[in-house]
Design a protein around this ligand. Structure first.
Ligand code: MLT
Length: 238
């Protein structure tokens, strides 16, 4: 099983991902939101690239039948129900509901991954469960970091290292590219996560907006064993 890493969706080569398993990571915060919402019993999460696409879909299925979530510049979108804070996606709010979501980077990474064999939604919360699933599948993997506005991010990269480290505890039949080895090395040196993540630009933005509880939630290892999959335009757990 070969494990490679792509540092932002801008570097996706459709031919390269074709037929491969992809794990999309946006630990701060899009994939953390999705994993949290699914863990709290939502029916499905449907990711969109643009606000207009979300509004169109809401019109199609009925505004009362869905929850609109996401962000632009890390803040709630006008007219939407929820922001991109995982802590808003509680059981009381999301249980049984369809969530339509658009974020600046995470939903871009997901929608750009279409064409891959399977697309999993990963973050620190389910990193261990993702690792177990990938080890079971035992095929080539690409860990796609969502990054921030086309730039590499420390948070997604260390989360990638965590997942690779967990896979390597289960199996030694893995071939790591140099970037995968680097991600694992960085994780090994910073297992508490926070010390290293606090150097990230997006961590600074979270701090500025008083969103440290989101960051604390996003750093919880082995919080859930759910492995959501993006399939037929929606994210669910089978
Ligand atoms: C994104 O998808 O760009 C991020 O999740 C941004 C955020 O933290 O809200």
């Amino acid at each position: 099983m070969k494990i490679d890493v792509i540092i932002t969706p801008e570097y996706i080569d459709r031919e390269y991902i074709k037929g491969k398993n992809v794990v999309v990571i946006d630990m701060l915060r899009a994939t953390t939101v999705m994993v949290t919402a699914i863990g709290n019993g939502c029916k499905e999460v449907i990711p969109f690239l643009t606000v207009e696409e979300v509004l169109e879909k809401a019109k199609e299925i009925g505004r009362e039948n869905c929850i609109l979530g996401g962000e632009r510049n890390a803040e709630k979108i006008e007219g939407f129900d929820l922001s991109n804070s995982p802590l808003e996606y509680t059981k009381e709010v999301v249980e049984g509901k369809t969530i339509l979501i658009t974020t600046s980077n995470g939903t871009k990474a997901l929608t750009k991954s279409v064409g891959a064999k399977r697309i999993f939604v990963g973050c620190v919360l389910n990193g261990k469960a993702i690792a177990k699933k990938l080890a079971e599948i035992n095929e080539d993997i690409i860990i796609l970091n969502s990054g921030t506005n086309g730039e590499f991010t420390i948070d997604d990269f260390i989360c990638t290292g965590y997942i690779i480290d967990e896979i390597s505890k289960i199996t030694n039949k893995i071939e790591l590219t140099d970037i995968s080895k680097t991600a694992q090395y960085i994780y090994e040196q910073n297992k508490d996560l926070e010390g290293f993540i606090s150097k990230a630009k997006h961590y600074g933005r979270m701090k500025e907006l008083d969103l440290m509880p989101d960051v604390e939630h996003a750093m919880k290892k082995d919080f859930t064993n759910l492995v959501p999959e993006y399939k037929d335009n929606h994210i669910i757990v089978e």
